[in-house]
Design a protein around this ligand. Structure first.
Ligand code: HEM
Length: 398
């Protein structure tokens, strides 16, 4: 196996191109100290779970993005503070609560397909993969449609800061300020006129003295990043792999009940977040490695999700894979397990169902352009073509 010890795991360039050899190397090491980024790495399935399930030893309170200061959103809290803050909104993200959104999500997907179906081609990320999650999460937090595009662009830029301190540019700060203006204006409106949305819940908590203005701003930002910058990559990644493997598309068309598992496999296959970090609260030993109090450790999800000791033939996209016995780690593990997991799964499943139904013969036009990042994995743009069809409105009018 080649040696990758010269690579800086916080450098976006490290993740350009085929990262499989690097991920396999990290996974085999299990726990590893990267001298280039001065970070510990937990990369095998068991190592990642060991870190994630022990917040007393590996806490989030010093931030979950390496080398950057923490913000006060609940992804960076632990213990009672974390439970309380997550508890304010968790009822909106349970499986039954999210299931109520299914018809609405289907309708949203259909409208996005309607916008391109007569053309027989589109740039898929912009046309659908990115638009769907931002629509749903802005509706849930309470951002009206007229601000959606601006918030979407701001989040795309803000996200670049997740690559580390050198990437927090003026542009990234400006994007955050722009989002902050929209947020403040809407928060003020919610104080006067509460609605059935997340922003109203946070503003009420602020009025009761349970959250500060900053807490609410960063909570909103975290939700927007989680909600918009991840699921899109699974939808586009699934569309890519199904274009490359038409026999799988045939199987899903023949038996749509397989789509749910195919969506979960796509969540593993894409693994949108490359890493989240923790800080050791005390000197400890992790799988034989001595880690000192205050040292940072990053959990590398795309290494653990392709751990061959847990997933047979990990580099085969297998729509029949048993993902119930071995859970996919893309959403994390333990107390910080992604609050949006049911929502993301539903969005991916519904998007695939409608795409298979309405434009079943999609194909790629050239190679997709990938995002360059040490934080998220995904596709920046991916032109596709398909046999043109009719808008749903046109079908209904006949
Ligand atoms: C495929 C899509 C998604 C992936 C891969 C993903 C991944 C993750 C991961 C790995 C974590 C754990 C962070 C840690 O342990 O430090 C997390 C937490 C979180 N995610 Fe997601 N996420 C996705 C979709 C969403 C959506 C749709 C939302 C919003 C509705 C969301 C909101 C959050 C929030 C708020 C947290 C913090 C949870 C906590 O700290 O208790 N995510 N996500």
């Amino acid at each position: 196996m080649p040696d990758f010890s010269h690579l800086d795991l916080l450098d976006p360039k490290t993740f350009d191109g085929d990262t499989r050899p690097l991920m396999d190397w990290l996974c085999e090491k299990g726990v590893y100290y990267d001298p280039n980024s001065d970070m510990w790495v937990a990369a095998s399935y068991d190592a990642l779970v060991a870190v994630a399930k022990d917040p007393e030893t590996f806490h989030s309170e010093e931030g979950n993005v390496p080398k950057l200061p923490n913000d006060p959103s609940f992804i960076n809290l632990d213990g009672k503070k974390h439970r309380t803050r997550r508890g304010l909104i968790k009822h909106l993200f349970t499986r039954p609560a999210v299931a109520k959104l299914e018809d609405h999500i289907r309708d949203a997907v259909d409208k996005l397909i309607d916008d391109v179906i007569e053309q027989g081609e589109c740039e898929f990320v912009d046309a659908l993969a990115a638009k769907l999650p931002i629509q749903i999460i802005t509706e849930m937090t309470g951002i009206p449609p007229e601000y959606r595009e601006e918030v979407h662009r701001a989040m795309d830029v803000f996200m670049l800061g997740g690559n580390g301190p050198d990437h927090v540019t003026e542009e990234v700060n400006e994007a955050f300020i722009n989002f902050g203006f929209i947020h403040m204006m809407l928060a003020d409106e919610r104080r006067e006129n509460p609605q059935d949305d997340l922003l109203s819940i946070w503003v009420q908590a602020m009025d009761k003295g349970e959250m500060t203005e900053d807490d609410v701003l960063f909570e909103h930002t975290m939700m927007m990043i989680g909600g918009s910058e991840t699921t899109r990559n699974v939808v586009s990644g699934a569309v890519q792999v199904l274009a490359e493997r038409p026999e799988l598309r045939e199987a899903l068309l023949a038996d749509p009940s397989l789509i749910e598992n195919a969506a979960e496999e796509a969540i593993r296959w894409v693994t949108p977040f490359i890493r989240m970090s923790r800080t050791a609260t005390k000197d400890t030993v992790l799988m034989g490695h001595e880690i000192k109090k205050g040292e940072e450790i990053m959990m590398v999800y795309p290494a653990a999700n392709f751990d061959p000791t847990k997933f047979e033939e990990p580099y085969t996209f297998d729509i029949h894979r048993d993902l119930k016995s071995t859970k996919v780690l893309s959403f994390g593990f333990g107390t910080h397990f992604c609050i949006g997991a049911f929502l993301a799964r539903l969005e991916v499943k519904v998007a695939l169902e409608q795409l298979l139904k309405r434009i079943p013969d999609w194909e790629l036009v050239g190679a997709p352009e990938r995002v360059s990042s040490s934080f998220v994995r995904g596709i920046k743009s991916m032109p596709i073509r398909f046999t043109p069809g009719e808008r749903l409105g046109a079908v209904a009018a006949k």
